[in-house]
Design a protein around this ligand. Sequence first.
Ligand code: NAD
Ligand code: UPG
Length: 464
Amino acid sequence: MKIKNICCIGAGYVGGPTMAVIAQKCPNVNVTVVDINEKRIKQWNDPDVEKIPIYEPGLSEIVKEARGRNLFFSTDVDKAIDEADMIFISVNTPTKTYGIGKGMAADLKWIELCARQIAEVSKNDKIVIEKSTLPVRTAAALRDILDSTGNGVKYQILSNPEFLAEGTAVEDLRNPDRVLIGGDIETEEGREAMEALVNIYATWVPREKILTTNVWSSELSKLTANAFLAQRVSSINAMSELCEKTGADINEVSKAIGMDSRIGPKFLKASVGFGGSCFQKDILNLVYIARTFNLNEVADYWEQVIIMNDHQKRRFAANMVQTMYNTVAGKKIAILGWAFKKDTNDTRESAAIYVADYLLNEQAEIMVYDPKVTEEQIYSDLDYLGTRSGDANRQAVTVVNSPYEACEDAHAIAVLTEWDEFKELDWQKLYDKMLKPAFLFDGRRLLEPKTKKEIGFEFYAIGN
Ligand SMILES: NC(=O)c1ccc[n+]([C@@H]2O[C@H](COP(=O)([O-])OP(=O)(O)OC[C@H]3O[C@@H](n4cnc5c(N)ncnc54)[C@H](O)[C@@H]3O)[C@@H](O)[C@H]2O)c1
Ligand SMILES: O=c1ccn([C@@H]2O[C@H](COP(=O)(O)OP(=O)(O)O[C@H]3O[C@H](CO)[C@@H](O)[C@H](O)[C@H]3O)[C@@H](O)[C@H]2O)c(=O)[nH]1
């Protein structure tokens, strides 16, 4: 089966970069990324390619090369569905904020809307691909909806979860550890559909890295991968607290255990807590699924990863208050870094939001500097928590364009994202601008302690 037209519904952090790379690698396939968010599509089409809505190293260059050639961004969802042989669904699947499963289950309303729209518009057979992260067995619901029109159109449903990490999306897409494709391996049509998708990826991914499984294994593998990764971060963060009490150093512990080839060195960096749109949401979803099957021990086991992460964020902020003589009321605190990790402008579930909220409850005055996150986004993150009014957030928080401005007359600095540029700052200059004693809290183990202490900082780092 030769694929000529691909449609991707959802022009977000996954749909945008993933389709840009497919378009670049497969110049003979037309790729149209559609979204109901007009502003987002307008940004993707901005003549100034640096203004595309997602910051990822290397992405603007790819968009520049492929956009207008075989990569298109549009709000005309129906047209793109109609023309496509293959449709990726890459819409958001956040944690539900209402009704049954509130705060735990994945909200599948956008997925269902896509399925209904595909069913309504399609006039010829299609391969429909779950790119979004979904609860295991969602494909069965998609099939029900797609097959319910009775218009004779046949669908093959595949699961093709995305494993890219933000900040390294382009590199991860170009050189994935594996590509996972789940489908109906029992039927000829199912195998053909899987082969069509395998062929797209095989343009640039070695065949042995393309894994095919049944649909349920593929859906569940995505949740499992995120649960395992997040569990490593919570495990090392749990140990960081013990390090702080015992004189052990978490970086030394990480290195020592990571050299065991059975453990491996990655994802053992202690931090102020993991953030991002995926880990928490996917584990909560996993916990919810386990509970619906009455697997309470399984659910409790994974829930602990989240409990530990919430504790890490809270205890970092509490330690700041305690260290600064048990009060930060009226004190100016500079937060360096708002994104949930470096090299992205994404702030979803960023630890910085929760640390700031905690400090604001203690009546601190906050200055924020992040190289990629906008002022509008920072206020919207705080407003979303609903802890205080929008006016109160704007009164207590100031967003600035330079770290030096953030530190003017500050009592403390908290480094909450591991941006490389923070390592290169003129720390003497920052110190000189601050009130004394000048406190420096490193939530990322980014900074070299010795030189900071020599300057005169009261220096505290996670797990030290
Ligand atoms: N962000 C990541 O790094 C990452 C990595 C792997 C997997 N995922 C998963 O991929 C999915 C998408 O994540 P994201 O970060 O790209 O989300 P996102 O919020 O950045 O993008 C989703 C987009 O879908 C659009 N949308 C929603 N319903 C629509 C509809 N009916 N028609 C057209 N457009 C619609 C939204 O307007 C939005 O722009 C989620 O399931 C997520 O769990 C995300
Ligand atoms: O040793 C580590 C590694 C990560 N983190 C933090 O963990 C969070 C998540 O980081 P990362 O996994 O690198 O970024 P994401 O973009 O959230 O990617 C995860 O979530 C995606 C969405 O499902 C998956 O596709 C990826 O494979 C998975 O790594 C960030 O806050 C990191 O700072 C740590 O604190 N210590």
